[in-house]
Design a binder for this molecule. Structure first.
Ligand code: DGJ
Length: 712
């Protein structure tokens, strides 16, 4: 065997596969250059820890599947047993399959190893894509002749001691992806999600970085666990000197019992390194996502979702009027939300009965679909396929089709329960209903796929059911997409409770939050954007008074916030004034003009010293164009906040900076605004990044949008 060096973009992964056991991770991080065999040997030697008193007589080998037999006393990579035996492993290397021939293709290595005494075989699949994104997955096979009970199998990656701080995200309904940050101390920082779905509080990205890292500076390492069921993401720092990041599925007792010959594969652990701060991480992740064959490539249609306009009050004439107004404003997709199916007059009944309600829609959905498409808009429909209300025909006919423990139902949540899609008959029913709906209505080109409750005590035939349910849900998405390849799907889950890269492998965008309050949205979108590029994040202009916070915002602030994503509207636009309609149409036109840049460029977020001032932007890949927004969140202690730096441009080129035209300017307290604002200014990328521009002293909850174009 050998020492492997996987190199892509500016990232290196070095694995010492010379030993008889699993390869040691010598280095994951910045590129270490073009090393020959001797260079790799010396690098490997340089990283072997010394043997110290009161410790093992051999240095610990930290592999991506750490084992006690290799001297690891941290969180085990594998936990499981065979009726009390086989609880610890000493995998021996059987072979390596390496493919890193073409530099513009991912470098791949598959490590094959087995432990005959434990009766287990493992394959560790590692991929480093051309942009520097690493993925790791383990596959475990039970080669024994009895059942092996798996408790946990989690890939980990080592991080050097220079990483001293941790950042991850938490949240709740209407406040998704709230950052939390602290020093990285000894012990394990373990983020567990036991919601049976990704969760409002999911960590999204767990980042370890050098002291004080920010959006534009610092060396950072991060992982994402791509799984939409129960999962764990963790950072562990050992007094013995090792630091690791890892993540995988959380399994309930007895949930995965591998029979002889059966296998289990972990979710993909995504891992990314950058020496350019959080924006550097996002750049690698966004580039990776945009390169996927299935990434949405057509212009993202400006969307009207009628939820906050009509809620459950479906009336054909009113909805037609909304569609007419939407067309006038420049909307390109109309989404009929919850309330169209049998018995669904409010959220207490109907889920599961996926038939158009004959009372509300005597002529079916077709008249509305035809009206919408006749206006040149695409038609989309809300569904919540995994759920059932006990007050529904399907539940009355099949009360056993619910994930539950024997003899009791899980506590109700929004009056609903979860259909057990691990039961073939329940799965087939839902698939048939959705398939028929799409087949009968070829005008439906978009599904807003919602999922509004946690999976609680989710039993399947008396055993834990979240693992099987998660796989069944993926199958359902895949099968429907297969049958209806032209239909796009949005991942919604009580707002943003299902945002992860496994669901995004089968959907076209996420709904970031049910909160359309622009002030809250600035934060929700900023942090969702850590993982996802703007075109995958639904961002809508809500009503003047937010339905979820009661805050009131100018249209300009709402629209400037919603500009930087997959733009849309969630507002009763049939009842807005003529002036509001004109202004909204101007913002929609601005979004469409900027859309090619917003949905393909590099995202930058500004590390501004005044916490009341947030700035972010998107720069195109050849550094010829950019758009930035500067938002004032609150008043500042400082009367005039400092100049705002505009990073990310080519330092050697000169740029024209001006306030976007066609939309009203935000309100400020200035008696005389900065002189340059009237006519714009021209500065080098270096000056814009290092000096910045002095902006008006905006009132709180106002945003200024700047357009930047190279002049040479
Ligand atoms: C929760 C979603 O997040 C909302 O946007 C809306 O679709 C409702 N469900 C409908 O019940």
């Amino acid at each position: 065997m050998t020492i492997l060096h996987l190199r892509r973009a500016r990232t290196s992964l070095v694995l010492d596969a010379r030993g008889p056991g699993l390869p040691r991770v010598v280095h994951w991080g910045g590129d270490v250059g073009d090393l020959d065999d001797d260079g790799l040997r010396q690098l490997t030697d340089a990283t072997v820890p010394p043997v110290v008193p009161s410790s093992f007589d051999e240095p610990t080998v930290l592999s991506v599947l750490p084992e006690a037999s290799a001297g690891w006393s941290g969180r085990p990579g594998l936990a499981g047993h065979r009726d009390g035996a086989g609880w610890s492993t000493a995998f021996r290397l059987d072979g390596l399959d390496v493919d890193q021939s073409a530099a513009d293709e991912p470098a791949r290595v598959a490590v094959r190893a087995s432990d005959p005494a434990a009766g287990l075989t493992v394959t560790i699949e590692i991929t480093l894509d051309p942009y520097g994104l690493l993925t790791v997955r383990h596959r475990l096979r039970n080669d024994g002749d009895s059942a092996y009970e798996l408790r946990e199998l989690t890939p980990v990656l080592p991080v050097p001691a220079v990483a001293t701080e941790l950042l991850d995200l938490t949240g709740r309904w209407c406040r998704e992806r709230s950052p939390q940050r602290h020093p990285w101390q000894h012990g394990a920082w373990v983020r567990e999600g036991r919601h049976g779905r990704t969760g409002h509080d999911a960590t999204l990205l767990l980042v370890a970085g050098t002291t004080g890292f920010g959006f534009g500076h610092g060396e950072v390492w991060a992982v994402h666990t791509a799984w939409s069921g129960d999962h764990v993401t963790f950072a562990e720092r050992r007094p013995t000197g090792e630091s690791t990041l890892g993540g995988g599925e959380l399994l309930a007792p007895g949930e995965v019992r591998l029979g002889p010959g059966e296998s289990y594969k972990t979710p993909l652990l995504y891992a990314v390194w950058s020496d350019a701060g959080l924006d550097g991480l996002s750049d690698v992740l966004h580039t990776h996502l945009r390169a996927r064959p299935g990434h949405p490539r057509s212009p993202r249609p400006v969307t009207l979702n009628v939820w906050e306009a009509v809620y459950f009050d479906h009336d054909l004439d009113r909805l037609r009027a909304l569609a007419d107004r939407a067309a006038e404003i420049g909307v390109e997709r109309f989404v009929l939300d919850d309330g169209w199916f049998r018995g669904r007059r409010d959220d207490t009944a109907g889920l599961g009965d996926w038939y158009v309600d004959e009372g509300v829609w005597p002529d079916g959905l077709q008249p509305l679909i035809e009206h919408v498409t006749g206006q040149g808009l695409q038609f989309g429909l809300w569904v919540e396929p995994e759920m059932v209300n006990p007050d529904s025909d399907v539940f009355r006919a099949h009360p056993d089709w619910v994930l539950a423990s024997p003899g009791r139902l899980p506590p109700a949540w929004r009056h609903q329960q979860v259909l057990d899609l691990g039961r073939p008959e329940a799965y087939d029913y839902v698939l048939e209903r959705l398939d028929t709906l799409l087949t009968d209505h070829p005008g439906i080109r978009y599904l807003k796929w919602d999922q509004n409750r946690d999976l609680t005590e989710a039993g399947h035939h008396g055993r834990p059911g979240v693992h099987g349910q998660t796989l069944a849900v993926y199958r359902l998405f895949d099968e429907l997409r297969n049958r209806h390849p032209g239909v796009e799907i949005e991942s919604c889950s009580s707002g943003g409770a299902r945002v992860d890269l496994a669901i995004l492998a089968r959907t076209d965008r996420v709904w970031a939050s049910d909160c359309n309050d622009a002030l809250e949205r600035l934060s929700i979108q900023r942090w969702t954007g850590l993982l996802l590029p703007p075109e995958l994040i639904g961002t809508h202009v809500g009503p003047e008074r937010s339905h979820t916070t009661n805050r009131v915002h100018d249209l300009g602030f709402r629209a400037a916030t919603a500009l930087f994503g997959h733009h849309g509207i969630e507002w009763d636009i049939a009842s807005i004034s003529a002036a509001e309609q004109t202004e909204l149409a101007a913002w929609v036109a601005l979004h469409k003009r900027l859309r090619p840049l917003l949905h393909a460029g590099r995202v930058v977020r500004v590390d501004h010293p005044d916490p009341a001032v947030w700035a972010h932007g998107v720069v195109d890949h050849d550094n010829t164009r950019a758009v930035y927004a500067v938002a004032r969140l609150t008043t500042s202690v400082t009367q005039v906040p400092g100049a705002v730096r505009l990073p990310g441009l080519d330092p050697g080129r000169r740029y024209r900076v001006r306030q976007v035209s066609g939309v009203p300017a935000p309100a400020s307290i200035d008696l005389s605004p900065p002189t340059w604002l009237a006519g714009g200014l021209t500065l080098s990328g270096a000056a814009l990044a290092r000096v910045g521009v002095q902006l008006p002293a905006l009132h709180p909850e106002q945003s200024l949008v700047l357009e930047v174009d190279a002049v040479d």
